[in-house]
Design a protein around this ligand. Sequence first.
Ligand SMILES: [Zn+2]
Length: 232
Amino acid sequence: MDTSKNLSQVIRDRMNGDGKRFWAGDNIADYLEEDDKEILIQEATVAFEQVLDTLLIDRENDPNSKGTARRLAKMYYNEIMAGRYVPAPDATAFPNDSTDRYEGMLVVRSELRSMCSHHHQPVSGVAYIGIIAAQKLIGLSKYTRIAQWCARRGTLQEELCNDIAREIMKATDSENVAVYIQAEHGCCTNRGIMAHSSLTQTTVLKGAFKDDSGTKKEFFDNIKLQQEFAPR
Ligand SMILES: [Zn+2]
C-alpha cells in the first residue's frame, strides 16, 4: 500500500481503475476489507473536523460540538450509509416447488429510513413490496432487510424503488415483483419549500404486475387494505 495516500484515496483509485461506479447509492462492499472501516471512520472524522472548522463552530470549547466530527463519521459508516459498505443480507431461500406450492401474491410492508443523496437529509417512509411467488420463497423479514439495505445509502426515491425491485428479484428468482414507496423527504420539510405534508410516491412494476391489470389492481387493493391498519 502506498503510505503517502490515505485509505479512502487508495480504495477510490482501485475502484476507478476497475471502472467500478461508487455513487452514493452504490454498494462497494467488495472493495472493503474487514479492518478498513475503523480506519475510514478515522479519516472521515478528520474531514468532518475540517468542515466544522470551516463553519466556524468552536469544537474545542463547545461541549456539544466536541465529539461531533467522530459521531458524524460513525453515523455515516454504521447507520445512514451502512448499506453501501456491507454485502447483501443473507436471504436463505426455501423451495416452493411442490404440487401444493403457494402461487398467490405476497405483499410486505417495510418501514424505510433513507437519506437523499442531493442534500443528505432524512427520507422516511414505507415500501410495499409485492411478489408473485416463484420456485423459492424467502423469510418474510428478509424483504424488509433487503429494502433497508438498499435504503441505507444516499438515494433518490426513484432509484431506491428500482434497487429494491432488482434485489428482491435476485433473491427470489421471481420475475413478477412490484414496489410502491411513499415517503417524506427532509429536503422538502427541513429546507427549501418547507412543506410539512409533502409525500412522494413512486412505483416500479415488473412482469405480471405490469402486463396484467388484474394483478396490478390486486397489488394496490392490498396496499389500501394495509393502509387501513397502519395508515400514514
Ligand atoms: Zn434532497
